[in-house]
Design a protein around this ligand. Structure first.
Ligand code: EPS
Length: 375
């Protein structure tokens, strides 16, 4: 199974193709739109979200809400294209109009311009933009539906916004409550403080990042590999998290804290009860030796603050070589809720790929049958 995406932020649409989905899998299109709406939500989003109402359109591979076994192609249209057609149309456009040369520190602008030999950073930023994540969420929700058919669920919440942190443990069943909260946080006092901070940052023309936790429940043991490094489940899932725009660090289970404690305080002791192995704690975050061990998978990722600051950081205008302030027409102050949904989605996609690789199966009945045979 593999998801490929295409599309520019102000182009006609974003596109995705998933190859390798088995036939006879139910596709819940309303659920895809629900996650697309969640990706657009959250306190601190900017003007673009008032223009867009993201909806998926399935183009192939699904008939009467059931997969056919052929590639599933889908798109999310950009409503903003109507305002950008004159400068973005592939058929011919006035590219001088929305040129960006006051390159933004922290964005792909400058390095992308040099690498791809462009004099206009728009040719870079249009693809580097996090708008692309619409179709990663759409594809990820299809992958979520594949996993759910096996009893595997993925959820998460926002732990921290710009230093305001919820350090409490929350049970998996509690996590979905976060999605009805303005910042997807589970501690209402911390959330209220974070909202105040976002208001202040907005006035100051500044931005916020944060930390997201993603968890996977119900995955049987043995997915991933201790034999081939590229197939290690933690390498695959961390790679998926790091592939999301603005992610600068990831952790599995106890993560970096494990470097500060002795082994006796880190490793999860093993017990055998009623013929079933389990661990007395889950500091490993559900992955040992590159393989799922049957416990919940616990992942964390940090999103840097959005690099388009309305107050404009110091930079260079690549057209003149003169010092200036970076471009900033409109921006999100915080997009941590979007990030939470995107990270869940990429975990679904990466995990479905790993599961499909082990189980194979041309139709969903075959896949479910093979999964049920595992311990
Ligand atoms: C983004 C810039 C902004 C964000 C965008 C990501 O878009 P615009 O330039 O149109 O205001 O809103 O994110 C989305 C459009 C989205 O749907 O998430 C960037 O430069 O990465």
């Amino acid at each position: 199974m593999k998801l490929t995406t295409a599309g520019e932020s102000h182009g006609k649409m974003l596109l995705g193709i998933i190859e390798g989905l088995p036939s006879n899998m139910s596709v819940d299109i309303e659920e895809i739109d629900k996650y697309l709406a969640l990706r657009q939500s959250g306190y601190g989003r900017g003007g673009r979200q008032k223009i867009e109402t993201d909806k998926v359109e399935i183009l192939s591979g699904v008939r009467n809400k059931i997969t056919l076994g052929s590639p599933v192609a889908f798109c999310v249209k950009n409503a903003d294209y109507a305002n950008w057609q004159a400068t973005m149309a592939p058929e011919g456009a006035d590219v001088s109009k929305r040129a960006l040369t006051r390159v933004r520190p922290g964005h792909a602008d400058l390095t992308g311009m040099i690498k791809y030999a462009h004099t206009d950073a728009r040719n870079v930023l249009e693809r580097a933009s996090a708008r692309e994540t619409c179709v990663r969420v759409a594809g990820g929700t299809i992958a979520r539906q594949y996993l759910r058919a096996l009893g595997v669920e993925v959820s998460g919440y926002v732990e921290c916004v710009c230093g305001i942190e919820d350090t409490a443990y929350h049970a998996f069943e509690e996590l979905e409550n976060a999605k009805s909260q303005p910042l997807f946080m589970l501690d209402s006092d911390k959330q209220a403080k974070a909202m105040e901070l976002i208001d202040t940052l907005k006035v100051q023309g500044d931005t916020a990042g944060g930390i997201v936790q993603v968890r996977v429940k119900g995955l049987k043991s043995g997915f991933g590999s201790c034999m081939t490094y590229a197939e290690k489940l933690d390498a695959i899932l961390c790679g998926a998290l790091m592939s999301v725009q603005a992610i600068k660090g990831v952790e599995v289970g106890m993560g970096f804290k494990a470097g500060k404690l002795p082994g006796s305080k880190v490793h999860d002791e093993i017990v055998l009860e009623n013929g079933k192995y389990s661990r007395t704690s889950n500091n490993a975050g559900g992955i040992e030796g590159g393989m799922s061990n049957g416990e919940e998978i616990v992942l964390r990722a940090v999103m840097k603050p959005i690099p388009t600051l309305m107050k404009g950081l110091k930079t260079v205008d690549t057209a003149t070589g003169q010092a200036t302030t970076a471009a900033g027409e409109r921006s999100d102050v915080a997009a941590i809720c979007a990030c939470e949904i995107i990270l869940e989605s990429v975990v679904c996609t990466a995990l479905a790929e790993v599961v499909a690789k082990r189980l194979g199966g041309d139709n969903m009945g075959e896949v479910i049958g093979r999964y049920s045979l595992l311990d």
